[in-house]
Design a protein around this ligand. Structure first.
Ligand code: NAD
Length: 286
């Protein structure tokens, strides 16, 4: 078997076209959907992501700007910035680009994410947004898991009744991903660094979501023939080449559906951020 390779870039453009329509309708009512990204430090990957988000926003008719700080920014300054953006009615979505510089502790990062007004939480990282998702009444869903669900839908994979395995249990990808699959009536197993015999667990799955951060961890002989495999990972291999958590060559021979890296999940994450900004703007406008 040879897998159907999903073109995440093309599907993301489709999502962005839907968002652009919604943004246009809001603009016709005098509402310009607005996103502000807080970027601190000089992490090169973050700079690339923020530029991509800015370009996507512009293409969708969303007003986006970046508030930049050096690596020496204080926690107090970041708190004051979030407070100011929370109070600004022209700002519908606030995104704190992670990671923050080393001078900002993990606890302070959590405090900043919690300080964002839940009505502007377009990343879906606020505990209130996560709580709503757990309760089955999502407000804002994290963009990467939303993108993965759309990729499955576009591939004609209905999770209902299927066995799904999510590898990775982070709050921003693995856990919300598992909850969305559960909400779509899959039987969900969440694996992590202490899971025993990971290949055997994955072999049972009709749907595999790899969100680990380990280059080419998931091999072809772990995959049930015909399974849908979504690769969230963004890694550099030993030669510095960009790759996912899935060993693309061997898995493509067994899976039914597979996403590549790059041009798989990545563009979908940005498209769903734009989706969430329009949702926030529409809600703010009543
Ligand atoms: P994380 O480091 O917060 O979590 C990784 C998870 O993987 C942990 O739960 C850990 O228990 C698990 N894990 C680690 N080693 C494992 C192993 N050997 N076997 C099984 N599980 C293992 O990472 P994250 O933020 O969830 O991101 C995961 C990956 O997805 C990264 O490569 C990240 O760059 C990528 N990512 C991509 C996008 C995108 O838009 N494409 C968005 C977010 C994250």
């Amino acid at each position: 078997m040879s897998a159907t390779i999903l073109d995440g870039r093309a599907i993301a453009l489709k999502v962005r076209a839907e968002v652009a329509q919604r943004a246009q309708a809001l603009r016709a009512r005098g509402i310009v959907p607005g996103l502000v990204v807080i970027l601190a430090g000089d992490d090169p990957a973050s700079a690339v992501y923020v530029r991509s988000k800015g370009r996507a926003a512009e293409a969708c008719g969303i007003a986006a700007r970046t508030v930049r700080f050096g690596a020496d920014v204080s926690f107090a300054t970041l708190q004051a910035t979030v407070a100011e953006l929370n109070a600004d009615p022209a700002v519908h979505g606030i995104l704190i680009q992670l990671p923050l510089p080393p001078g900002v502790s993990a606890e302070q990062t959590t405090a900043l994410l919690e300080q964002v007004d839940p009505a502007k939480d377009v990343d879906g990282f606020h505990p209130q947004s996560l709580g709503h998702l757990v309760a089955g009444e999502p407000t804002f869903v994290a963009c990467t898991p939303s993108g993965c669900m759309r990729l499955l839908a576009e591939a004609g994979v209905d999770p209902q009744g299927k066995r799904a395995v999510v590898i990775g249990r982070s709050t921003i990808v693995g856990k919300p991903m598992a909850l969305l699959l559960l909400q779509a009536h899959a039987t969900v197993t969440v694996c992590h660094s202490r899971t025993q015999d990971l290949p055997a667990v994955v072999r049972d799955a009709d749907i595999v979501i790899a969100a680990v951060g380990r280059a080419r961890l998931v091999k072809g002989d772990w995959i049930k023939p015909g399974a849908a495999v979504i690769d969230v990972g963004i890694n550099r291999d030993g030669e510095g080449k960009l790759c996912g958590d899935v060993d693309f060559e061997s898995v493509a021979l067994v899976a039914g559906v597979l996403t590549p890296v790059p041009r798989g999940v990545g563009p979908m994450t940005i498209a769903y951020l734009m989706h969430n900004v329009c949702l926030a703007a529409a809600r703010a406008a009543g």
